[in-house]
Write a protein that binds this ligand. Structure first.
Ligand code: AMP
Length: 217
């Protein structure tokens, strides 16, 4: 199963994608998470990408395509993957198509998750995550049990992403509209796009997402 989750920052691609990938036994590939890890570990990739991430802009297509090319052939992606945060531009989508075609593969589904901007800004500024397992909490709608530590790692303090500050969030939404939103038409024209509302209870969104993703034998 190979699926792309498309949608603006904060719509729930990571949360829903993690659950879907877990249920289907495929890899969740989040390009944002890979880049944030690289920044935290100060690898050459991280050093290159740090400023761009902090500014809420996109890293170069070449860099991200090379990263995805390598990540999608790792053993945990043998049975497939859910892509969260990639592709984000038309050239990235073309590169993904070409890459899969080389492997005689294709995408099964592209699912667009949607929510209004105000809701996205509100969600992102109350988003906290566990640095160990990446579980995402929301201090308003889905807080951790004690409000500060991960439920699954009680010794670990939750942290906020640097790019979740309001100003950077607005920039990320702008970048989404300019560079990523054209992918909606791109995949719609290919007859691949399914749309799911990303507002409401997380479980209800997941049910809708599962319904949108055709069960593959
Ligand atoms: P995300 O976690 O998906 O919101 O991504 C966080 C940041 O990582 C983005 O604001 C970009 O700076 C960078 N990033 C993640 N995925 C991509 C991509 N496919 N193309 C370019 N930049 C990306």
């Amino acid at each position: 199963m190979r699926i792309v989750l498309l949608g603006p920052p904060g719509v729930g691609k990571g949360t829903q994608g993690r659950r879907l990938a877990g249920d289907r036994g495929v890899a969740l590939i989040s390009t944002g998470e890979i880049l944030r890890d690289a920044v935290a570990r100060r690898t050459p990739l991280g050093v290159k990408a740090k400023e761009t991430l902090e500014a809420g802009r996109l890293v170069s297509d070449d860099l991200i395509v090379a990263l995805v090319r390598e990540r999608t052939v790792e053993p945990d992606a043998n049975r497939g993957f859910v892509l969260d945060g990639f592709p984000r531009t038309v050239p990235q989508a073309d590169a993904l198509d070409a890459m899969l075609a080389e492997r005689s593969q294709g995408l099964d589904e592209v699912v667009l998750l949607m929510a209004p901007d105000d809701e996205l800004v509100r969600r992102l500024s109350s988003r906290w995550e566990c640095p160990v397992c990446r579980r995402v909490y929301n201090s308003i709608s889905a807080p951790a049990k004690d409000g500060r530590h991960c439920d699954d790692h009680p010794e670990v303090e939750l942290r906020q992403r640097d790019d979740d500050r309001e100003e950077t969030v607005r920039r990320r939404l702008e970048v989404y509209r300019e560079q990523t939103a054209p992918l909606v038409q791109y995949y719609r024209r290919k007859g691949k796009l399914k749309e799911v509302t990303g507002t409401g209870p997380t479980d209800a969104v997941y049910v809708a997402l599962k319904g949108a993703v055709a069960a593959k034998p």
